[in-house]
Write a new protein. Structure first.
Length: 236
């Protein structure tokens, strides 16, 4: 019976590992397809229309005749976007460029609906860039959804922010994922003493969550779960 369970755990481990390996590619293909079917083709159409307009204008106005020599070619839209991104990156290195971008952001902030979307996307971008893309900082255990029940969770922030200031208390932001889909879950704020860190990687914890507990981390990691977990350090 033990051998069958070992085989089962091994198969599930391979399956979960393979699933996690494919997820980035699947998401990448989906995003690329979305970009090709929408913004990229839209940019290409815009580039074609703009070049076509100047071509017609050059045919009507004699001193702009040189514009008729420039014809649209597939890929000009993407090239235009690349040039815009490069120029923007160069401008952000200088004070004048930063002021221009700041003025544009203040203008967007005055547009009701667009300002909310832009601000939300910017905040998400800042989170990923400030933390190098690591939203999940550490793996932990919390008593959830009630005392006596233990759930695997991920620490997302231990910084003193708006929530902590509102109730004047040190809290740690923890994301409790659902099984078998860890992309959905619940955000809870807990005192540091109610958070128990696990010495396993985020990837190992993800396998544990996706498999519904069937996947068991390596022996040293299992000892971390079953042995003496460490309490969270106080938030500074």
């Amino acid at each position: 019976m033990g051998a069958v369970q070992n085989v089962q755990r091994t198969v599930i481990g391979y399956f979960v590992t393979g699933l996690l390996a494919w997820i980035p590619l699947i998401v990448t293909v989906w995003v690329v397809r979305l970009l090709i079917n929408n913004p990229v083709l839209g940019i290409e159409r815009l580039a074609r229309d703009v070049i076509g307009y100047f071509d017609r204008l050059g045919g009507r106005v004699s001193w702009l005749g040189f514009m008729t020599e420039f014809k649209y070619r597939p890929g000009y839209g993407i090239l235009m976007v690349v040039i815009i991104f490069l120029l923007t990156g160069i401008l952000t290195q200088y004070l004048l460029g930063r002021r221009m971008i700041g003025s544009g952001e203040r203008l967007l902030a005055r547009i009701p609906l667009i300002s909310r979307i832009y601000r939300a996307v910017k905040q998400i971008r800042d989170v990923f860039f400030d933390r190098g893309g690591a939203v999940f900082q550490r793996v932990c255990l919390v008593e959830y959804p009630r005392p006596g029940l233990v759930a695997v969770a991920f620490v997302t922030s231990s910084e003193h922010g708006l929530v902590q200031r509102a109730i004047n208390k040190e809290l740690i932001a923890v994301f409790v994922p659902t099984t078998p889909n860890p992309t959905s879950g619940y955000l809870v704020y807990l005192p540091p003493e109610d958070v128990t860190f696990l010495e396993i990687s985020v990837e190992e914890a993800m396998k544990l969550v996706v498999s519904g507990g069937a996947y068991i981390p390596g022996s040293s990691d299992a000892d971390a779960i079953e042995g003496a977990p460490t309490k969270a350090d106080p938030v500074t």
